[in-house]
Design a binder for this molecule. Sequence first.
Ligand code: ATP
Length: 370
Amino acid sequence: MAQVRLNHIYKRYSNGFEAVKDFHLDIEDKEFLVLVGPSGCGKSTTLRMIAGLEEISEGELYIGDRLVNDVAPKDRDIAMVFQSYALYPHMTVYQNMAFGLKLRKFKKDEIEKRVREAAKILDIEHLLDRKPKQLSGGQRQRVALGRAIVREPQVFLMDEPLSNLDAKLRVQMRTEISKLHQRLETTVIYVTHDQTEAMTMGDRIVVMKDGVIQQVDTPTDIYNHPANMFVAGFIGSPAMNFVEGSLIEEGGEVYFVSTNVKVKIPAGRAHVLREKNYIGKEVVFGIRPEAIHDELAFIEASPESSFEAKVEVAENMGSEMYLYLSGFGDKWLTARVSARTLYTPGSQAKLALDMNKAHIFDKETELTVF
Ligand code: ATP
């Protein structure tokens, strides 16, 4: 069993900087776990502690049932794939893949069997005699994966393995790594700063900021129920819109109001705001770009969240359009609508919000109210 348990782990560098704070998580056997967050949030440090490349300052790390804080990297039964591939330039693909097994004194025919099997899985059998410089970026990345696969480790650690590839290849390799995970049935811990990779690959996602876990959840739950404004703004593209304003009660209904904004909070959610004493308080209203609609039927059915705004910029993405609008709150609002209607800059757009998908955040703590 390859569970990985991080028990209240801290990393303090020698200069006193605390890069990871109280990281506490059980990663399940065969899980694909993604650590995501902006540059410097501590995700690589966390992965390197699991790999044994970085000492743990406080807390315990278990791989399976074994406490491994003091176990050398090579004895942890893990394999790591780096962003830089780290292939040996003077060796062939075969030799690169075989190297780790040779070091571990595997028999020649066992090495041959494992290398050929991995090469077959990764579709690089025809490249085994080449040197790394004779390969494309995507092929090099496959070799780096192959070198990890032949070890048949309990746990794969991957640190931004796709970031050196161009956009198209990245999408392709993303699917391949997911397929590989299903086929190998091992635990994968994958670090990325790319929220799309996190959303599409992870069974669960850990969102980090400033060395602290912000939320651990499935992609769907992270997207629909972000724990705070940071997670809400980090996951999703284009990003969620935030509008500062306040909550008022009028005629038994609760409204969010701001500059040129007055939208009704659905009754089912208004009671949460009453119970938690948010009426009369300043809050942040959040709405994702795709929860803003321009279909006439939707607008007519939603008079209490409809509004007119000026199209400042319209980006045509082919099947959909991103509209950057002024006239709703103090900042531009991003809407993601179908490209049926061609908006031009300067024109007026009539829109409505899907208020069942709106969020309210506490302005001081930035935590989600709903
Ligand atoms: P990136 O995506 O840029 O790699 P990251 O989330 O992986 O970012 P880490 O590499 O884990 O971030 O670094 C976390 C923090 O620890 C950063 O602020 C970094 O500057 C700091 N840090 C990393 N290594 C050291 C070190 N040896 N000494 C002091 N601080 C360090």
